[in-house]
Design a protein around this ligand. Structure first.
Ligand code: HEM
Length: 168
């Protein structure tokens, strides 16, 4: 059976997947340990871990355009995961209230929501496939399998772009 060949391999250790997650702001240095020090994968992950996320860059752009983005979203330790903020939500709600004035930021925000949407759809489809194929068996990567993956379904890289809809 395939799991005998897979051994302890899993998408869980994919350097590319974690690099994308890091760039989206889901920072977790424990994933570096799957890639030997000195390897290209380790270096790429480390760089993504310590770089501003895509959402941080969007907030920097919003601040440059004149929106009242709080300092806490503009300058912090980028290796820490992002925590949603009411002030950031309020700043982006302005963009949605006057899309003509903030057209470039509005267009950017909708592309970011597309990205979150696509990523969440992939997570949902993957966990369905996993439960269909291995049921409640644990994963070859060492997690509980389906329960672990279900715990990732709520991840949003641009949380305020979702929560602001309630304000409109
Ligand atoms: C029969 C098909 C599949 C099964 C049974 C399966 C199973 C699993 C399980 C159980 C995990 C949780 C980590 C672990 O303990 O191993 C996982 C994670 C993951 N799998 Fe799959 N997988 C399948 C197909 C795929 C495919 C086709 C891809 C990509 C093309 C993929 C990419 C990933 C990634 C990126 C993760 C990490 C997710 C995270 O940590 O949020 N998997 N998979």
């Amino acid at each position: 059976m395939i799991r005998g060949v897979l051994g302890t391999s899993s998408g869980f250790q994919s350097a590319q997947f974690r690099e994308v997650e890091f760039l989206l702001g889901f920072k977790d240095p424990t994933f570096l340990k799957y890639h030997p020090d000195g390897s290209a994968e380790h270096a790429a992950l480390k760089s993504a871990l310590t770089s501003p996320s895509l959402w941080a860059e969007a907030n920097l752009a919003a601040a440059r355009a004149g929106l009242p983005v709080p300092a806490s979203a503009l300058d912090r330790d980028w290796s820490q995961s992002y925590e949603a903020s009411e002030e950031v939500e309020a700043a982006w709600a302005e963009v949605y209230r006057d899309t003509e004035r903030w057209w470039d930021l509005y267009s950017l925000a909708e592309k970011l929501v597309d990205l979150d949407d696509a990523f969440a759809s992939w997570r949902h489809k993957h966990v369905l496939t996993v439960s269909r194929i291995i049921g409640m068996k644990s994963g070859t990567g060492g997690t509980a399998g389906v329960p672990y993956l279900q715990g990732t379904l709520g991840k949003r890289a641009f949380p305020e772009l979702w929560s602001l809809r309630t304000r409109l």
